[in-house]
Design a protein around this ligand. Structure first.
Ligand code: FDA
Length: 393
């Protein structure tokens, strides 16, 4: 058979969900993927345990040129809906932190669950199909290296550009552009930041050191752990701010988010006047960081704190509370957990993910300009947008 009611391109998180929902409505669905196996990113997600949703899902946890766009889909298919599906399949899970739900066992259980649902819904899953061309006469026609398929509805669900060595491609963006849909310039998101030599003089020697911080960039603030690396900065706080960060902009880090640094330093000056600055800093910061800051960033103040005047203490406190760092770039799609940007939401219905000007064409998941925070939000977007398209095709 080569004619279907709907063709879904990409058997990842959003494509599996979309095919399942459409199949359950009695639609004849073809789910096509070029990979050897479906759901590859689900399998590696969350360190192999898949952080499959977040109980705190709300539109404010997503970046998009139109932050309100995600509201409709997220309310039509909620974290609770996905949790109910997980429970129906007796998959054990737990909350790790901040509403993040992970499987107790392997992420494989989530892929198996979606495959079982798709099979029950009669979805025709075909792997190892390379898409050669997509065109449209009355129906969409998808030509692959293993035959051509037609359908009145086409769903673009091939995800984003992150991790190209896993087979990520820009196919959905290419097809969307060909049908005239605008695309918000894609860029790596949830990605470590890299720095030039000057900043690396501080960071490289303390690679591996991590501490809780408040990091700010592009108008967003995240309070989580930050990690120094050989190439710059990583850890959840940095991955989070990497998405709103734009080249040329600064990342500002509060190294002592719960501390009035000036009041604390003044008190320590009174109590331990003979202690070196780095010794005092090490009371609240990792020792290696305190030592590195004292020699690299605070060299002119490296003396007993009792000898530091109010102006000097103020400068130290200001540096600790808002260390401004300008990244040279990011570690790119090779290390990015997601692609930010994507098909412009202005061209899509927020209720059905259908292209407003191209009847039958839908875009779901990471290919859309909706990018979640770290913590299960990107899967919830994939499930929700896939579900809504599945109810529409
Ligand atoms: P997804 O990438 O899942 O699927 C796309 C599918 O399209 C794939 O099966 C691919 O083979 C196929 N495809 C691509 N190009 C094609 C082509 N040219 N022809 C045919 N098929 C093609 N999110 C989260 O919420 N919690 C988490 O724990 C994690 N963890 C995580 C870890 C790592 C290492 C990464 C890289 C990413 C995450 N994510 C995550 C993000 C999450 O994996 C991602 O947002 C979703 O998988 C996106 O779902 P999609 O269905 O849009 O794309």
């Amino acid at each position: 058979m080569s004619h279907f009611d709907a063709i879904v391109l990409g058997a990842g998180a959003a494509g599996l969900m979309c095919a399942m929902a459409a199949g359950q409505r009695g639609r004849r669905v073809l789910l096509l993927d070029h990979a050897d196996a479906p759901g590859a990113k689900i399998l590696i997600s969350g360190g192999g345990r898949c952080n499959f949703t977040n109980t705190g899902t709300e539109p404010a946890r997503f970046f998009s040129a139109n932050p309100q766009f995600a509201r409709s889909a997220l309310s039509r298919y909620t974290a609770g809906d996905f949790i109910a599906l997980v429970e129906k399949h007796h998959i054990a899970y737990h909350e790790k932190t901040l509403g993040q739900l992970f499987c107790d066992g392997s992420a494989r259980a989530i892929v198996d669950m979606l495959l079982a649902e798709c099979e029950a819904a009669g979805v025709d899953l075909r792997l190892r199909h390379r898409v050669v061309d997509v065109s449209r006469a009355d129906d969409f026609r998808v030509e692959t290296d293993r035959g051509a398929f037609t359908a009145p509805a086409l769903v673009l669900a091939t995800g984003g550009l992150s991790i190209p060595k896993m087979g990520a491609t820009g196919l959905s963006l290419d097809i969307a552009r060909r049908f005239g849909l605008p695309v918000v310039e894609p860029r790596p998101g949830l990605v470590p930041l890299t720095f030039g030599e000057e900043a690396l003089a501080l960071m490289r020697p303390i690679s591996g050191v991590s501490l809780p911080v408040e990091a700010r960039a592009g108008g967003s603030t995240f309070r989580e752990a930050m990690l120094f690396t050989h190439r710059g900065l990583s850890g959840p706080a940095i991955l989070q701010v990497s998405t709103p960060w734009r080249p040329g902009g600064a990342v500002t880090v509060d190294l002592l988010p719960d501390v009035d640094a000036l009041a604390w330093l003044r008190a320590r000056r009174d109590e331990r006047p003979r202690a070196a600055l780095h010794t005092v800093l090490a009371e609240k910061l990792p020792q290696r960081l305190a030592a590195a800051l004292s020699t690299v960033r605070l060299a002119e103040h490296t003396r007993p704190v009792g000898e530091l005047g109010n102006k000097a203490l103020g400068a130290v406190a200001a540096m600790l509370k808002s260390m401004a760092l300008t990244p040279a770039g990011t570690e790119g799609y090779a290390k990015a957990e997601v692609m930010a940007g994507g098909v412009d939401t202005a061209a899509l219905s927020s209720r059905t993910m259908a292209a407003k000007e191209v009847p039958g064409l839908h875009v779901v998941g990471e290919a859309v300009d909706v990018t979640g925070w770290l913590g299960g939000y990107n899967f919830q977007w994939a499930w929700a947008s896939g579900w809504c398209a599945g109810l529409s095709v």
